[in-house]
Design a protein around this ligand. Structure first.
Ligand code: AHR
Length: 521
């Protein structure tokens, strides 16, 4: 339970008035065990995500297969348990068979989703090799747009089936005898969207997804299947789409997929930073829909949420228009969706991850969209360096330190009023207990633009708490970015001033800041 109180420094307070907040954490007051898979990623055949992103033969750091070593190192460090592939909108007109067999025989195709050319130099074999290289596992999406059941079951059998039958034998002929044993499969992508090749109504999609799930389960009933929910909470069909889809598929799927991208087109930071409250309500609403369908069906089955696309996406909208409207023909791997993230976006990414931690009872998988060059924490220059965007850092530190059990914190914070989400607390905080290591880690954002937030966190039932790590991200310019020439302008710094006294952690959060504070307890 979050307790939100309007403090003396609420919306009526003078700008120079000090802000303070109180938090109580108790070791027995928990939300859920966090599923590590909320720190997963997404890689699409889109723009330069693959070509000159993860793959660039001839690059000084490329390995024998052409995978960039500098990029692989930066991805590996993020410790993503799964990477979703190959789309996205791309998957809805993708023929997976185009990406197998000798490279010289693979066709170049026009990709209808992004108005580009796809050479198919990278296909399923290469992607699986790259997963091994960076220490992640695949989560594969099936084309339920232009194709359907037959292509889906063939692909699953090609990836997971035994040799001694057609698809397994073909896989062996193409260089891989052992099945890959991919456990997670997405039944299409954003099938509610008018932009999607092969868009469906909820009834059409629900029926298709249910039949595909039946076929996949006939092959292997232990596969984990993800059915498409809404593309975002502004879709006209939301949340009826989820209800109808689940009415058809409840007993045959494991997760419902949601997507949301945050934008600050209006350049209103206070409203932008309130979007995580919208995200929280989105998750809450869909949890309720899942519960209603479960009750209607008198089912014992649990369905989780798979938030398989989330991030900030708007900086590149204008510059992408010409390509997306077809004014540049069918370019190969052009610069598309290359959002350059600023310091403000650090706060947004931190807020989103905090929301997933606090909703870890229902959000079991989440994928930052995407990984390299395309709305990504990592950027590259062809033939040149790779560097971390500003948003790499909150993702990295939360992925590495945000594993364990989510604590149900009681938070008393001053608030401000927004159009987006009504009253929003200045303090956003999530707490994670790692029982194995004996630590508790807090991830906190101060949404206030000008006032430090004096925060005390009471640590109940934890033994003798001791501060072990404190990292802070703050910057006077919300628009500051990292770039090829200045790759380290925005990065975490060691925090100062945090102390633990009588089981209370005291620290001051600078205005507009994100921080991670770890105590041994
Ligand atoms: O991640 C970029 C695009 O956003 C994906 O292709 C699509 O699923 C979503 O609309």
């Amino acid at each position: 339970m979050d307790v939100r109180v309007e403090g003396g420094a609420g919306r009526d307070a003078r700008d120079d008035e000090a802000l303070s907040a109180r938090v109580t954490a108790h070791r027995d007051y928990t939300i859920a065990r966090i599923d590590d898979r909320i720190y997963s990623g997404f890689l699409e055949h889109l723009g330069r995500a693959i070509y000159s992103g993860i793959y660039e033969p001839g690059h000084p750091t490329a390995d024998a297969q052409g995978f960039r070593g500098d990029v692989a190192d930066l991805v590996r460090a993020l410790a993503m348990p799964f990477v979703r592939y190959p789309g996205g909108n791309f998957v809805s007109s993708y023929n997976w068979e185009d990406g197998i067999g000798p490279r010289e025989s693979r066709p170049t195709r026009l990709d209808l989703a992004w108005h580009t050319s796809e050479s198919n130099e990278i296909g399923i074999h290469e992607f699986m090799d790259w997963c091994e290289l960076v220490g992640t596992k695949p989560m594969l999406a099936l084309n339920l747009g232009s194709r359907g059941l037959d292509a889906a079951r063939d692909f699953v059998e090609y990836v997971n089936g035994p040799t001694g039958a057609y698809w397994g034998d073909l896989r062996r002929k193409n260089g891989r005898a052992e099945p890959w044993d991919c456990r997670l499969w997405c039944l299409g992508n954003e099938m509610d969207g008018p932009w999607q090749i092969g868009q469906k109504t909820a009834v059409e999609y629900g029926r298709t997804a249910s039949e595909v799930a039946k076929a996949l389960r006939a092959f292997d009933k232990s596969l984990e299947l993800v059915v498409c929910g809404s593309s975002n909470p502004k879709m006209p069909t939301y949340p009826e789409w989820e209800r109808i889809t689940l009415e058809h598929t409840y007993e045959s799927v494991d997760y419902l997929s949601l997507h949301m991208y945050s934008q600050n087109k209006a350049k209103n930071t206070a409203e932008y930073l309130a979007l995580s409250e919208t995200l929280d309500r989105y998750i809450g609403t869909i949890q309720s829909v899942i519960d209603v369908v479960k009750a209607n069906k008198r089912s014992k089955r649990e369905i989780g949420i798979c938030f398989d696309e989330w991030n900030v996406w708007y900086h590149s909208h204008e510059q992408d228009k010409a390509i997306l409207q077809g004014m540049q023909g069918w370019p190969k791997a052009p610069r598309l969706l290359e959002d350059i993230y600023n310091f403000e976006d650090v706060l947004q990414v931190g807020l989103t991850l905090n929301t997933f931690i606090r909703r870890s009872d229902v959000v079991k998988i989440a994928c930052i969209a995407q990984i390299v060059n395309v709305i990504a924490p990592i950027m590259t220059e062809p033939g040149g360096p790779a560097w971390r965007q500003t948003t790499y850092w909150p993702f990295l530190l939360t992925s590495l330190h945000g594993r364990g059990t989510a604590l149900r914190l009681a938070v008393a914070s001053p608030t401000y009023e927004t159009e987006t989400a009504g009253e929003v607390p200045y303090l956003d905080i999530a707490g994670v207990q790692d029982e194995g290591r004996g630590t508790v880690t807090f991830f906190a954002v101060n949404r206030d633009p000008s006032r430090p937030l004096a925060t005390s966190i009471s640590l109940e039932g934890f033994g003798a708490p001791r501060l072990v790590d404190h990292q802070v991200m703050t910057h006077p310019d919300l628009g500051a970015v990292n770039s090829m020439d200045h790759p380290d302008r925005i990065a975490p710094r060691a925090g100062t001033g945090a102390v633990v006294e009588d089981r209370i952690l005291h620290l001051t959060l600078p205005p507009h800041s994100w921080q991670m504070i770890k105590v041994a307890a």
